[in-house]
Design a protein around this ligand. Sequence first.
Ligand SMILES: [Zn+2]
Length: 350
Amino acid sequence: MRRRFAAASALGLAALLGGLVNGSASAIDALDKKNPESIECTDGYEFHESLGACTSDNGDGTWSVVFPDGSVHSVAEPAPIDESQFVASGEFATVAAAARYPDINAPERMTACRDTGQYRFVALYMNRQGHANNLTTVRTQIRKALKRANYLVHDETQRSSNNNKKANLDFRCNPENTQPAVRYGGAVPTRSFAQAVTVAKANGFNHPREKYVIFGDYLDPQGSYCGWGDSTADDRRIVNNKNNGGTGSSTYALTFKNCWDWRTPLHEMIHMLGGVQSSAPEAISGHTHVGSDVMYASGNGHPNDEPDQCAHMRLDCGKNTYFDANPSAGSYLATHWNIGWDANRYINIY
Ligand SMILES: [Zn+2]
């Protein structure tokens, strides 16, 4: 689904696809028939199959999403999958444009380790009810993705601070603190984001200071998305920014199986951290119109859609929109929410 669709059309199309899929019984897994297509949405909301919830566009790069249990999430508006930057297949991505984006096999760097009760990311593996639990065989792959994401965060911190600062993502780790932990989040009845969050919560993954990075061992039910991430509109440069643990509730991101290389999990983590607020210089609908960038959205419709401004995959290609460890005085990132600010509770910048 491309950004050039107006949001209302995109939602309408999603609803239409949902109707068609539900009508073709032979083509879908029996488990998917449990998709709660009977959910009635109130005015202004439309049912979105991949989210598994009633959804409305907030107009600021986020969608308001009402889960079947009535809880409300703020979720980043989805970016279209950029086939030159994000197509992945198999265990690790083999990208047609790999020579152009060599960072796909980025070096690994061990994350920071945080104890229970501290602000931290927690990686979860989830599978589908009635399907194999492959956690023991994919744990190493997931750890590689997380450590590659961590490498980029560190590298960008060094670059933007003239080598004065280093950084690590704060993670729950294994008991020896030698690897990021990958916990079993549970088995979902359907593949929607709402179900992943609901099951993870039911299994105790609901600490208010934790951000859950879910690796779903299944594909997007609509075949359209690489993942979803909670994100809240709040561009204030304050420690208690809503995206910095300031809402008092846990947040969630889901990456579907075909996009498990490090870029999509990092993309969703950046959403959970509140990256790319709508007020930011190169923002468009919660993403950037400048690439190569982990948050770049292709076909974004912006008059200055610049996919090639950076030669390699970057965190904030222009260092002016969501990440700069040393922004110049008075600049946007020195005066607004900035993921590279050392008050970020989920990245140890030192
Ligand atoms: Zn996104």
